[in-house]
Design a protein around this ligand. Structure first.
Ligand code: ADP
Length: 265
């Protein structure tokens, strides 16, 4: 697979009047075009900080980010590629219909062309929300709202999806199905995704590779490629497979054992 992103020796600390909070320590890893990478780690270890650096919302204090081998300045990836961000809360606006909500990204980018609107209508049909386009967000289920948030993100045709715990507000059953659906959609369009999650099961079920971070300040403890013979679109079949249990147990061991230091690659 073609190399898309390369993070080299990234460190970051928050500074305030009370002092310094080191969040990231010498983080290095690569992401290939079309890959679905999950990043797991204990709560508060620095996962969102890492995603913010990749998105260009924060500049790393030390280290560098490369896009297809080219150094990316502090302004971040948004200058060189289209980045779509999906967050824990869906941030749909209650006073707008679903249709108006999913057009928001295009509106803000002054890109409400006929072609783009047709694309959004197709996405609404493909993801079973067309019949609900005139409803308000509160009239939809949690899973439907999350699909609407995905369509709003997809409307700008991002090359890279940054997913910051986007499924954590959903109940566990909906979460399983919606996360598998959304991963399939991203995979089906050969987009690249980086998913932050504290849920190991989710990481193993969805990702091509899992990166385990240590507690704060986060460093990379292990990288594990994930391969299933089972159809990835069926999350239950994946979770019932012997391989799933193997991956889960290995990752659990690394995550919970502070002494474990598995060399990357
Ligand atoms: P995670 O996403 O893994 O839960 P975060 O990246 O949100 O972790 O935060 C990492 C650490 O940095 C946490 O201990 C958090 O309290 C601290 N932190 C996050 N944002 C700030 C900030 N703006 N100022 C000071 N400390 C912060």
């Amino acid at each position: 697979m073609e190399l898309l992103l390369s993070l080299q020796d990234i460190s970051y600390a928050y500074h305030n009047l009370k002092g310094e909070t080191p969040a990231l320590s010498h983080i290095s890893f690569e992401v290939s075009q079309g890959e679905f990478l999950a990043i797991v780690g204990p709560s508060g270890c620095g996962k969102s900080t890492l995603l913010s650096i990749i998105a260009g919302l924060l500049a790393p204090e030390k280290g560098s980010l490369f896009y297809r081998g080219q150094y990316v300045s502090d302004c971040g990836l948004r200058d060189v590629m289209k980045v779509g961000y999906m967050l824990q809360r869906d941030h749909l606006f209650e006073w707008r219909t679903i249709y108006k909500n999913v057009l928001l990204g295009l509106e803000l980018n002054h890109a409400l062309t006929g072609e783009n609107i047709d694309y959004v209508l197709k996405l609404l049909k493909d993801y079973d929300l067309y019949a609900f386009r005139d409803k308000k967000p509160s009239e939809l289920s949690g899973g439907m709202r999350q699909r609407a948030a995905l369509i709003r993100t997809m409307a700008i045709r991002p090359d890279l999806f940054l997913l910051d715990e986007p499924f954590s507000a959903l109940d566990s059953q909906t979460r399983l199905n919606v996360s598998a659906d959304i991963a399939q959609i991203i995979r089906g369009t050969n987009k690249t995704a980086i998913l932050i999650t504290h849920d190991l099961s989710e990481a193993v079920t969805l990702a091509d590779r899992v990166l385990v971070l240590s507690k704060r300040p986060a460093c990379v403890k292990c990288e594990m490629p994930i391969h299933f013979d089972t159809d990835r679109s069926d999350p239950l079949a994946v979770r019932n497979s012997a391989k799933y249990r193997l991956y889960f147990n290995q990752l659990w061991e690394v995550l919970t054992n502070e002494q474990t230091a598995v060399p990357t690659n």
